[in-house]
Design a protein around this ligand. Structure first.
Ligand code: ADP
Ligand code: MG
Length: 260
C-alpha cells in the first residue's frame, strides 16, 4: 500500500451553537484519496462536523457558531484569517443529504459552480458538464434533456445530479451527508457504483446510517457518539475493518444493532 497522507487534519476541534457545546475535542486525520465514513446516532454532530470541514456552517443564516481548535487542509489552517472561502469550498465540495438543486435546467445546475469561478467557452463548459454527468452515472439518463428542469428528475437522479454539480468544479475532497438517505436499493447501488468509480482520484468523506454500506465503501471509519451531556465526541477512528470487527464492548452494540 502506498503511503497515506492526511488531506485534512482535525486537531482538538470543538463547536458551540449559541454557547451550547455540540462537538468536543475532535481529532482525526482524514487520509488523502481514501474514503472515510462517519457514523453515529442522530444528533451527535455528524452533519455539523462535515460542514465545519469547509466552513459551510458560516453560510447558514441566524446561527451563532463558535469553534475551538483547528482544521488543516494540506497544512493550511482553514480557520485562518486569510483563507479564501470560495476557493476552499471548490477544493472541498459538499453534497447535502437532501438534494438542493436550483430551479434551473439540468445543464445549468452542473455548470453553475464552474460559471462562478469564471468564464469558460461554451464548448469547454459542454465538455465539463458531460464529463461530470458521466462520472455521476447520469449522462445516459439525461443527455437528451439537458435543458429540462432539474427539479423534474426523480429523487435518486437529483442526488446524482448534486454529485455531478459538486464534481464539475474538480474538488480534491468530496463531502457527502447521508449518502443514500431516502433512496431505493437500485438508486443506492448506483450511488455506490459512482463512488467506486471516483474513489481513486478523490478524498471522500461520507455520513451513512447503513453499516453494510460503510463496510463496502469506506477504508476508514469515524464513530461518533454523544455523552451524557449530549455533547458529540469521537469514540473511535480506524480502518473500517478494524472498527467493525474489533471494537470494544460498549459500542459493539451500537455498531451491530442500532444501524440495522
Ligand atoms: P447529526 O448530523 O449527527 O444528526 P447535527 O450536526 O445535525 O447531528 O446536530 C448536532 C446537534 O447540533 C443537535 O443537537 C442539533 O440540534 C444541533 N444543531 C444543529 N444545527 C444547529 C443550528 N443551526 N443551531 C443550533 N443547534 C444546531
Ligand atoms: Mg445529520
Amino acid at each position: 500500500m502506498s503511503k497515506i497522507i492526511p488531506a485534512i487534519r482535525v486537531k482538538n476541534f470543538s463547536v458551540y451553537y449559541d454557547d451550547h457545546k455540540i462537538l468536543e475535542n475532535i481529532s482525526m486525520d482524514i487520509p488523502q484519496n481514501q474514503i472515510t465514513a462517519i457514523i453515529g446516532p442522530s444528533g451527535c454532530g455528524k452533519s455539523t462536523f462535515l460542514k465545519c470541514l469547509n466552513r459551510m456552517t458560516e453560510l447558514e443564516e441566524n446561527i451563532n457558531l463558535k469553534t475551538e481548535g483547528n482544521i488543516e487542509f494540506f497544512g493550511q489552517n482553514i480557520y485562518g484569517r486569510r483563507v479564501n472561502l470560495n476557493r476552499l469550498r471548490r477544493q472541498i465540495s459538499t453534497v447535502y443529504a437532501k438534494p438542493n438543486l436550483f430551479p434551473m435546467s439540468i445543464y445549468d445546475n452542473v455548470a453553475y459552480g464552474v460559471k462562478l469561478i469564471g468564464w469558460s467557452p461554451k464548448i469547454e463548459l459542454d465538455k465539463i458538464v458531460e464529463s461530470a454527468l458521466k462520472t455521476a452515472t447520469l449522462w445516459e439518463e439525461v443527455k437528451h434533456k439537458l435543458q429540462k428542469p432539474a427539479l423534474d428528475l426523480s429523487y435518486g437522479q437529483q442526488k446524482r445530479l448534486c454529485i455531478a454539480r459538486a464534481l464539475a468544479v474538480k474538488p480534491q475532497v468530496l463531502l457527502i451527508d447521508e449518502i443514500c438517505a431516502g433512496l431505493d436499493p437500485v438508486s443506492t447501488l448506483k450511488i455506490e457504483e459512482l463512488i467506486e468509480c471516483i474513489r481513486s482520484e478523490l478524498t471522500i468523506v461520507f455520513i451513512s446510517h447503513n453499516i453494510d454500506q460503510v463496510s463496502r465503501l469506506a477504508d476508514f471509519t469515524a464513530l461518533f457518539h454523544y455523552n451524557e451531556n449530549h455533547i458529540g465526541q469521537l469514540l473511535e477512528f480506524s480502518t473500517t475493518k478494524k472498527l467493525i470487527s474489533n471494537h470494544s464492548y460498549h459500542h459493539r452494540d451500537y455498531v451491530s444493532h442500532r444501524f440495522r
